[in-house]
Design a protein around this ligand. Structure first.
Ligand code: MSK
Length: 656
């Protein structure tokens, strides 16, 4: 079991699943090996003359498509699918804002008027003395127009550093419309259309930028307008946050629209009384994946776990309802739930699952539907049988929006990125890293996440995190100020002076756009070059698995960031395509995409890149002993993951 995860709660529940005869993703991964041809990107199934398997002496498909073309098409399609997922989420946020602003969705309010006005300025919407509802309606309409825009470029392109904007225009990759670039990728990769690998992949950069500076950025902005821009909030994480004597409801997926209403419904005095009438002491709301991150950063709702923990959560026998929306929801949930009393409730008009109850969400009746869902969970509480809740829980601080990061460096009137830039320039902070993304069953769960993040902070690199990496960091105490002893001396000093942890939780997958904004602010603040590609910074996705991760990685590269994915490469079968997305893209846009299965090498490459960028900026050479005796660990030392396994950092149940 210890080879499957480093997380004590996950291991405990894997043993319980085995005892209960339950098959989970971990078992299925052992029983079913990935197809080796598809795994390396060598399979073309874009037309029905095939599928063509390009192996051995077969170097081209029936139509004559070469390995490079096949690989480029497959990768571009995956990036487009990821961009579509994020962007469709963003579209729904804009539709909800429009409904809220025009009185069609009375349960939603405009919670952050300051953010509304800032976003209005980016979209060219007049503000002045107009009522906020009027501004919000125009912001929603302007945002929706970005999806169907046919000409020109997305308005948010102007939020990138000026030098970067010029580069995108010169290369012809400034995205025109969010939907347009995705559709064009599907067209170009249709059988018999674009045949040139580099040409296909250049359009993939444009498509991904339509996600990063389009759909995802719209999603983050509108979520903040409707639900509030995050500020630091204390919370708890891991399976120990489940309550033996309360109705446990888990929200899972990605959208905050319904889950934010469930937060309201779960604290409704009438429903709490109803829960008590069924023998429960109250209602306990927790979350999995990015819906969890959304309600964590705004309400402090505890994190139950990340992607690979979703089925095991049900094995606790303590979950009365798991409410799912979109993305990263395993179909295996339904069959695991058959063995326990848990009700799986699907809610999105876009996503149903056989074996689940479907209570369709409609933003026009949001609170009523949220109450119905909570009531359904309460009704299920008396059906609970034997429970097994691991006593594993840790504390965390989350909610570091880019607005808050600027605020904490100077307050309302003098907010800036000057202190951060100065401390990078003087070498207290060696550089910055965005560590994000999924869990993958082909790596030991959480091991790369934790070893990389801990390795970075020990080496004085400030880490910002989102998605399932953020949840992993939460479970090992890496999001608390107490983790300072594990940070390098320079980073520790700066974090203590500002009062922040060395690992900053910035939200969900779509909130990677907050990282783009931070990098833009660092690049334009002065002293660290003029573009994102000048910064001593890296992007890392240690345990990637989803198409969304590929879109995120690609828009990071297009923004000028060296981005390293852990695990296997989807284009491993083509040295040519591997070169296009690494050295080729670096020459074109200053960032490159690499796949590196060994987390030690990811750490080494990241530190080497940060140091090379420091040198190019003519900054002082990083000296780990300059500010105190360095606590830095390097690959080969005792590993954080082993220390977790030995229980060195194991936490016990902490008070609510
Ligand atoms: S939920 S996309 S497993 S980060 Fe955003 Fe986690 Fe990856 Fe899903």
């Amino acid at each position: 079991m210890e080879k499957k995860s480093i997380d004590a709660a996950t291991i405990e529940m894997l043993e319980q699943a085995q005892a209960d005869g339950i098959s989970t993703v971990f078992d299925r991964a052992e029983a079913t090996k990935p197809c080796p041809i598809g795994h390396e990107g060598n399979c073309c199934k874009l037309c029905f003359m095939g599928p063509c398997r390009l192996v051995g002496k077969t170097t081209v498909g029936f139509c004559g498509a070469t390995m490079e073309t096949v690989q480029a098409r497959n990768l571009a399609r995956a990036i487009a699918a990821g961009a579509a997922a994020h962007s469709d989420h963003g579209r729904d946020m804009a539709l909800t804002l429009l409904a809220a602003a025009t009185g069609q969705a009375p349960d939603y309010q405009i919670k952050d008027e300051r953010k509304l006005r800032a976003v209005a300025a980016h979209l060219g919407v007049e503000t002045g003395e107009r009522p906020k509802e009027e501004i919000a309606a125009d912001v929603a309409r302007a945002a929706l127009a970005e999806f169907g825009r046919q000409e020109g470029e997305l308005l948010f392109v102007r939020r990138a550093p000026p030098k970067r904007q010029e580069l995108w225009r010169r290369l012809g990759i400034a995205p025109r419309g969010i939907d347009r670039e995705i559709v064009e990728t599907l067209h170009r990769t249709h059988m018999g259309t674009d045949q040139d690998a580099e040409h296909i992949l250049t359009h993939a950069l444009r498509t991904a930028l339509g996600d990063g500076f389009g759909g995802s950025m719209i999603s983050t902005d509108i979520s903040d307008i409707l639900f509030g821009t995050p500020t630091p909030v204390a919370a708890r994480s891991n399976f120990g946050v489940l309550e033996e004597d309360e109705v446990n409801i888990v929200v899972h997926g990605h959208e905050p629209t319904l889950s934010d209403m469930i937060v309201v419904a779960a604290s409704d005095p009438e429903l709490i009384e109803y829960a008590k009438s069924k023998g429960a002491k109250g209602i306990n709301l927790t979350g999995i994946c990015c819906t969890a991150n959304e309600v964590l950063v705004r309400h402090g709702v505890p994190l139950l776990g990340n992607y690979l923990q979703q089925e095991l959560a049900i094995v606790t026998g303590a979950i009365d309802a798991m409410v799912v929306d979109i993305q990263c929801v395993m179909q295996g949930l339904a069959s695991v739930a058959e063995h326990y009393h848990t009700k799986i409730i699907t809610t999105s008009p876009k996503a149903k699952m056989s074996g689940a109850i479907h209570i369709e969400f409609d933003e026009h009746r949001a609170l009523d539907i949220a109450k119905l869902i909570v009531r359904t969970a309460v009704d299920n509480f008396p059906n609970r049988k034997q429970t097994h809740i691991p006593d594993v829980v840790d504390r965390l601080v989350a909610g570091f929006s880019h607005e808050y990061i600027a605020y904490m460096q100077g307050g309302v009137y003098r907010e800036s990125f000057r202190p951060l830039n100065d401390n990078i320039m003087n070498g207290r902070i060696r550089g910055a890293a965005g560590v994000v993304g999924c869990c993958n069953v082909h790596t030991c769960h959480d091991e790369s996440h934790i070893n990389i993040v801990q390795g970075l902070i020990a080496n004085d690199v400030l880490v910002v995190t989102t998605g399932c990496n953020a949840i992993a960091c939460a479970k090992y105490g890496l999001l608390t100020p107490e983790v300072m002893e594990r940070a390098g001396p320079g980073l520790r000093e700066v974090c203590q002076a500002i009062g922040i942890p060395p690992v900053l939780h910035m939200g969900s997958c779509v909130d990677n756009t907050r990282i783009l904004t931070v990098l833009t602010q660092m690049a334009t603040e002065g002293g660290l070059g003029e573009d994102i590609s000048d910064l001593p910074a890296v992007g890392i996705c240690p345990e990637w698995m989803s198409e969304k991760a590929l879109s995120i990685g690609t828009y990071c590269v297009a923004s000028g960031i060296y981005t390293i994915f852990g695990g296997a490469s989807p284009v491993a079968g083509s040295p040519e395509v591997t070169k296009i997305i690494s050295a080729g893209w670096e020459e074109k846009v200053g960032g490159k995409l690499e796949f590196e299965p060994d987390w030690r090498k990811i750490l080494e490459k990241s530190l080497a890149h940060i140091d090379a960028k420091r040198k190019a900026l003519k900054l002082e050479e990083y000296n780990p002993t300059r500010y105190a005796a360095s606590a830095a660990y390097l690959p080969g030392d005792s590993l954080p993951s082993d220390e977790y396994r030995q229980g060195k950092y194991s936490a016990s149940k902490v008070a609510k």
